[in-house]
Design a protein around this ligand. Structure first.
Ligand SMILES: [Fe+2]
Ligand SMILES: [Fe+2]
Length: 147
C-alpha cells in the first residue's frame, strides 16, 4: 500500500466512524421526537439515517476494495438532545462538520490523482456523492428548523 492509500484509509475510517455514529444518533433521536408535526420529522430523520447507512457502505467499499485497507467497526462520539429543536440543531452541526471533513478527504484525493491510477474516479465519485447527500441533509434540517 502506498502512502497516499494509507493516509486516505485513515481518513475514510474516521469518516466511517462518523457515519456509524450519525446513523445511530438519527435513529435514536427519531424515537424521542414528540408533539405536533412529530410524524413528518420522524420520517425525515429515518430517511436521513438510511442515507447514512448507504454512506457507510460506500466508505467500507472504498477502504476495502480500492485502498486495500480494513474498514473500522468503531463509532465516533454521539450527542444527546433534550427536545426536537435541539435534536435538529445537534444533527445540523454534525452534518456541517461531516461536510468540512469530507471536503478535506476530497481535496486529498484530487491532489493525488496521479498516484491513484486505478482508483481515482471511483474515490472521487463516491466521496463527492456523500458530500452532496450531506449538503441535502443540511438543507432538510435547516428547513425543519425554519432557518
Ligand atoms: Fe453520511
Ligand atoms: Fe448526513
Amino acid at each position: 500500500m502506498n502512502n497516499i492509500k494509507e493516509e486516505l484509509t485513515k481518513m475514510l475510517n474516521k469518516a466511517l466512524k462518523l457515519e456509524h455514529a450519525a446513523r445511530i444518533q438519527y435513529l435514536t433521536h427519531a424515537e424521542l421526537v414528540k408533539g405536533a408535526g412529530a410524524e413528518k420529522i420522524i420520517e425525515r430523520l429515518k430517511e436521513i439515517a438510511s442515507d447514512e447507512q448507504e454512506h457507510e457502505e460506500i466508505f467500507r467499499e472504498l477502504i476495502g476494495d480500492y485502498l486495500g485497507g480494513k474498514p473500522t467497526m468503531g463509532l465516533a462520539e454521539t450527542f444527546e438532545a433534550k427536545d426536537t429543536k435541539e435534536i435538529l440543531e445537534v444533527n445540523l452541526k454534525g452534518e456541517k462538520e461531516a461536510v468540512d471533513f469530507y471536503k478535506r478527504i476530497y481535496k486529498k484525493v484530487v491532489e493525488n490523482k496521479e498516484h491513484l491510477q486505478y482508483e481515482y474516479e471511483t474515490l472521487e465519485h463516491g466521496i463527492r456523492h456523500v458530500i452532496m447527500d450531506e449538503q441535502e441533509h443540511i438543507v432538510e434540517l435547516s428547513l425543519l428548523l425554519g432557518l
